[in-house]
Design a protein around this ligand. Structure first.
Ligand SMILES: Nc1nc2c(c(=O)[nH]1)N[C@H]1C(S)=C(S)[C@@H](COP(=O)(O)O)O[C@H]1N2
Ligand SMILES: [Mo]
Length: 429
């Protein structure tokens, strides 16, 4: 049946809530399904609108003055897009987003002792230790240096959950988000205070990054990363950092586990060995085969996930654009493959340009679903040649006790004959 045939089938809607007006076209009307279904969807979204407190809608918005501009924008009240939050973290609703930039108010949050209130006027960053000129920088000082902006993801290395079929991308791996970060290169400040490129005996140097929150969260970072691409960030997506993201200043280490991007940064100390802080000894280490524990797993391993179709959506047979995100902390994504037959055959997905270094990349793959039960999944390969592993490969490499960090398995979605999309039970542990 063609699009035009379907239009003929649409009958004018008549009920108590709506006076007679031309039937509205919905995406559903355009893409398939019986005409009666299309009408039902219009009514459903209308009813929802009333329930969530939308002011009474004129039948024709062109006949009534709209609301005037406000000081800050708002999200349409029809868009029920939220971070799901616990006491210690909130998660980006990956299944509701498009493109690659995470709206700042939907960036995931992870804090070890809450969000501190820091006055930017009295804020100070101390850089000391093995430097020629120990220095205290105000926020204004930091903003005077040459600045840099960079689009990159931030992911918590504890970003993996599974255990039931009814889990969305947000629940499985919502601790990853992407922003444009602006600040001063740490290498600029290193030169300013006189950090020597290497310690005298050639050992790699380290620096300690310390937060000014109630957790006083601290991590030891190889100096190399500071010289390479570390940013002392004061802005995110064009505005000052959000308090939840470290206002007024955070360390941002592109591609490295989120924990090292210390928020509410107040102190950097230069030294020649790691400080062995809590976050790099009892936490943020993971088991490897043979009962050993690996420390300082800084890089985020390449990962991808299909964000559409994914739980909780229900799909209809016909053309479906499979969409998802892929990223690697080690560089650029070079290949994303999608399987629509439970991993038997893989096809190259399209990557949205520009493909940026250490950044979320949007991939897409057109698929015609015939209505039969199947599984869909994606896997990414980065420029180092690393390919995203299966759950079984990860368990095998780590031994039984995975510790839960740096767990980036291929995520598969079951497509049920009725169109429900569910997390695959084989991923359970
Ligand atoms: N000072 C401080 N920095 C911190 C944390 C914290 O609790 N305190 N949490 C870390 C962890 S575990 C992660 S994953 C990231 C989360 O950054 P976000 O909340 O901006 O997403 O910040 C890191 N930096
Ligand atoms: Mo984290």
């Amino acid at each position: 049946m063609s699009f035009f045939d379907k239009q003929q089938n649409l009958k004018p809607e008549r009920d108590e809530n709506q006076s007679t007006h031309p039937p509205k076209l919905t995406r559903r009307t355009l893409l398939g399904g019986a005409a009666t279904v299309a009408v039902a969807v219009v009514q459903t979204s209308w009813t929802k609108g009333v329930q969530i407190g939308i002011p009474e809608q004129p039948d024709d918005p062109t006949r009534r003055m709209g609301i005037p501009p406000g000081e800050v924008g708002t999200r349409s009240p029809f868009e029920k897009v939220v971070r799901k939050a616990s006491d210690i973290s909130s998660r980006t609703p990956l299944q509701d987003l498009h493109g690659t930039i995470t709206p700042s108010d939907l960036h995931f949050e992870r804090h070890h002792n809450g969000v501190p209130a820091i006055n930017p006027a009295t804020y100070e960053l101390l850089i000391h230790g093995q430097v020629e000129r120990p220095t205290v920088f105000s926020l204004a000082d930091l903003k005077r240096f040459p600045s840099v902006s960079r689009i990159a993801f931030l992911e918590c290395s504890g970003n993996f959950r599974t255990g039931k079929e009814t889990m969305s991308p947000q629940e499985i791996c919502g601790l990853t988000s992407q922003s444009e970060w602006t600040g001063v290169r740490l290498s600029t400040l290193f030169r300013e205070v006189g950090v020597k490129p290497d310690s005298a005996d050639g050992r790699p140097g380290w620096f300690l990054a310390e937060g000014g929150d109630a957790a006083v969260m601290s991590r030891s970072i190889p100096l190399r990363k500071g010289w390479d691409d570390a940013i002392i960030a004061y802005a995110q997506n064009g505005e000052a950092l959000r308090p939840e993201q470290g206002y007024p200043v955070r360390l941002f280490l592109p591609g490295w586990e989120g924990n090292t991007s210390v928020k509410w940064l107040r102190r950097l100390e230069i030294g020649d060995q790691p400080w062995q802080t809590r976050e790099e000894t009892s936490k943020y280490t993971e088991g490897i085969k043979g009962g050993k524990i690996r420390q300082f797993s800084f890089d985020i391993d390449a990962r991808s996930i299909i964000t559409f179709p994914a739980y909780p959506v229900q799909v209809e047979r016909g053309w479906i654009e499979i969409r998802g995100l892929a990223w690697s902390g080690r560089g650029k994504v070079v290949l994303v493959e999608v399987s629509t037959d439970a991993g038997k055959r893989w096809q190259r997905a399209d990557l949205q340009e520009p493909v940026l270094d250490k950044a979320h990349v949007r991939f897409r793959h057109l698929w015609q679903w015939n209505g039969a039960e199947t599984e869909i999944m994606s896997r990414v390969t980065d420029e180092t040649g690393y390919t995203q592993p299966t759950f079984a490969q990860l368990i095998d490499a780590r031994g039984a006790d995975t510790g839960g960090y740096h767990f980036n398995p291929i995520t598969a979605w079951q497509i049920k004959p009725d169109g429900r999309v569910l997390n695959r039970p084989e991923n359970w542990r």
